[in-house]
Design a protein around this ligand. Structure first.
Ligand SMILES: CC(C)(COP(=O)(O)OP(=O)(O)OC[C@H]1O[C@@H](n2cnc3c(N)ncnc32)[C@H](O)[C@@H]1OP(=O)(O)O)[C@@H](O)C(=O)NCCC(=O)NCCS
Length: 201
């Protein structure tokens, strides 16, 4: 298993505390995403039960079930209380949630990893790209991280295209730790706040 992020620049206690506090206080993200609570369990399960959504994502519990999703939501509420993780769900009134963001933070390095998905009937129209770009703005500007890292399965062409189009730096292959044990080979990318500012000009 490869420990991420690969780049680790320690920040002051004040900086890391500010990131923890921002994570603890976060309630919404761009694109109408809100903190996932148990009230979202059915809609979130309906999104993830689609293997086109959940199969490529290493950080999800497998197999997907209502209980597993409920536990995943609880774990993230505990991570949020520590300032180390956020799970945000988008709802558009359909039975299945419209999408989600899952973010793990390393406040001591002002770094985070963002994962997520959008419902299949919303894919392929640059919604994923726009949603990711808005999330990156929010993470750098509102939460205050300096580095975002991303992983994707070797065959996840859309994610690779999306990240490289947006300006992420490809740093090679790593082994991602699966929640149920074992590892999955992943491609790995990083983006700094300074790189993002240049890309956005
Ligand atoms: C990954 C995901 C968020 C991308 O969102 P999306 O709205 O489908 O993708 P976009 O329309 O923004 O397109 C992203 C890139 O993939 C390309 N693409 C879109 N559909 C594609 C397809 N079926 N095959 C190949 N490339 C495709 C787009 O052309 C674009 O590349 P470009 O910038 O070079 O034109 C979305 O497909 C998804 O939720 N997938 C399932 C879960 C997943 O893989 N999550 C990421 C795991 S880290």
């Amino acid at each position: 298993m490869t420990k991420i992020p690969l780049t680790r620049r320690p920040v002051s206690a004040e900086r890391s505390d500010a990131i923890r506090n921002a994570v603890r206080g976060a309630e919404e993200m761009p694109y109408g995403a809100h903190i996932a609570t148990q009230a979202d369990t059915d809609a979130f399960t309906a999104l993830l039960i689609d293997p086109q959504i959940s199969d490529p994502i290493y950080s999800l519990p497998k197999p997907i079930s209502r209980d597993a999703v409920s536990g995943f939501i609880d774990r993230h509420l505990q991570e949020r209380a520590r300032g180390e993780g956020l799970l945000m769900v988008m709802d558009d009134g359909e039975e299945a949630a419209a999408g989600y963001y899952d973010i793990q933070f390393w406040p001591e390095w002002a770094a985070c990893e963002l994962g997520g998905a959008i419902r299949t009937n919303r894919q392929g129209a640059h919604t994923g790209m726009d949603g990711a770009a808005s999330a990156f703005d929010w993470l750098f500007d509102e939460i205050g991280v300096d580095l975002i890292c991303e992983t994707a399965a070797r065959d996840n062409v859309r994610t690779a295209k999306l990240l490289e189009h947006i300006g992420f730096r490809y740093m090679g292959e790593i082994e991602s730790e699966l929640p149920g044990g074992g590892v999955r080979p992943s491609h790995y990318w990083e983006m700094t706040k300074a790189d993002w500012a240049t890309t956005r000009k």
